[in-house]
Write a protein that binds this ligand. Sequence first.
Ligand code: FMN
Length: 370
Amino acid sequence: MADLQARYEIMAGEGLKSAAERSLEIAGSSAVGRYLMELYASNGMGRTTDPSLHTEVSGVPLENPVIVGAGWDKKGRAIHGLYALGFAAAEIGTVLPFGQYGNEKPRLWTINQDHSVGLNRLGFNSPGDAVVDTYLQAAQPLPCPIGLNVGRNKTMPNETAAWAHERVIRRLGHYASYIVLGISSPNTVGLRGLQDKGPLRELIQSALAAMTEAKPLFIKIDSERSKHELNDMIEVGLEEGLSGFVATNTYMGSDLKAKYGIRWAREAGGLSGADPEYRKRATATVRHIHEEAGDKLTIIGVGGVDSAETALEKIKAGASAVQVVTAIRSTKGRVAEQINRELVKQIDADGMRSIRDYIGLDTKRGVKAA
Ligand SMILES: Cc1cc2nc3c(=O)[nH]c(=O)nc-3n(C[C@H](O)[C@H](O)[C@H](O)COP(=O)(O)O)c2cc1C
């Protein structure tokens, strides 16, 4: 176990993160580090706390609508640091049953000049649930809710995914306020097939059965589902008691990558961040789910969120909260605070009372309701 942990410590230098950001992340995992984070936070960063930002996802109260998306803190080491940077919650993971290195490096890039568009094929690097357990124990008491995103190892066939999810939920579920099934990464061969109707139904049933205490259950959805496929997922979700969707994961298609140069069009992996077409695609998925399911399913919107405007775009399309990954790096950790500060001003300028008043405004349902 010590060896495994050491190996993952070495891997820690990788990533979309600069050394400074990395140290911010590590700082969040010790008492002294937390103090430093708080100093950092009070030094011009800080949290905007305003009642107009209060929201919730499936009964989980959030101080503001901005959550750290899966992939930034795969181990549960940075929760205090991320909270100090203004986030309302962090989705930890994807956490797998067993430690796994992921794909060979290089496997993570930013592909435009201001580092706001990312490409990755990490391939579910995870220290495994036992190591994440030690980090989550060390992080107690948690400053905010966390989500737990669970997945299967690369060497496990899809038929064993239910077992893998159950195992991680049983071990770590008690730390989490909500659980997500990570079945949409483009970087594990065959994984996305788990979103198909049959496997999806089985996975929802088994994950709900694995919970010792009832918690909201979400499915992380890919960004390439057709409307027909989305409708199938919505139907199964509604029938099986799913709480909602985290929409969406990164985008695999070479059409968008090609805009950044032929080199990137040929590179395998998922595109993320401030690409306008990717962002639009993710928002369209949010809108479709909201228009079909309304309040019956909760949506956490993710994909290209980097400002109050792009956060509101997802919320007006039907998301109750948003997640951010790539923009944490391109804004040097400031993104949550920037979004929240601007949202408070926007809510006031629009004469609204709460961020919740915007949910779904920009959809057929919103127009009908108005
Ligand atoms: C470096 C990196 C690692 C990621 N790892 C995961 C993961 O382990 N599980 C998951 O469900 N999504 C993962 N994602 C997808 C993100 O959670 C998110 O859906 C996607 O990046 C779009 O958000 P963004 O535009 O704010 O980056 C990862 C994304 C990035 C950039």
